[in-house]
Design a protein around this ligand. Structure first.
Ligand code: COA
Length: 161
């Protein structure tokens, strides 16, 4: 079975991430979306909330699983017997960071390659941080995130008012 892992912080999942999953779900037999706590980022949603939002937003895809992980990605890939890491590329600005991460992961687990998928042009400016900032300040992000994420962002905004 061709199993790929799509790791990230997904705080929260956006239409950009869903686009990558819709494309890659046709290529792999199964994809595990692996939600990680990135220590260098301040999270708005808990890991459990993020997992639930991704599950709700990917119900139309039948080969997606969602779980949390901690520690080294290479170890997680080994445990799950994954053959690939999925990462999305939006613009050239993503490239250098992604290349370095792909190289260290290749060194740590040589059997697994990173597969890069180009984002649709409609999503290249989308990031979780920019969505959070706009939504928490009252901006309309309904075209950029799944409906359930829009509702949860609105609830977080109400908590902060
Ligand atoms: N559409 C929308 N947004 C996208 C996107 C797309 N197609 N592709 C990337 N992004 C955005 C994300 O929303 C995120 O935005 P943010 O910075 O505003 O939160 C940003 O691009 C990239 O974040 P993400 O994809 O979540 O990756 P990350 O840099 O937070 O974490 C991990 C990457 C999880 C893969 C990496 O930290 C990891 O592997 N951690 C485990 C420890 C480890 O093994 N480290 C590496 C070896 S030492």
């Amino acid at each position: 079975m061709r199993l790929a892992v799509y790791p990230g912080s997904f705080d929260p999942v956006t239409n950009g991430h869903i686009d990558i999953l819709e494309k890659t779900s046709k290529i792999f037999d199964k994809i595990i979306v692996a939600v990680v706590h990135n220590v260098s980022k301040k999270a708005l949603f808990t890991l459990d909330e993020r997992v639930e939002l991704i599950r709700e937003s990917t119900k139309h895809l039948n080969n997606i699983e969602v779980e949390c992980f901690s520690g080294l990605l290479a170890n997680y890939l080994r445990d799950r017997e994954a053959c690939a890491i999925i990462r999305g590329l939006r613009t050239v600005a993503d490239f250098e960071y992604e290349m370095h991460m792909a190289m260290i992961n290749k060194r740590l687990i040589p059997d697994v390659d990173t597969i890069f998928i180009m984002s649709d042009s409609s999503n290249i400016f989308v990031s979780s941080s920019i969505i959070k900032e706009a939504a928490l300040l009252g901006g309309d992000v309904s075209e950029l995130v799944p409906e359930i994420v829009k509702l949860k962002l609105e609830a977080k905004r109400q908590e902060t008012i």
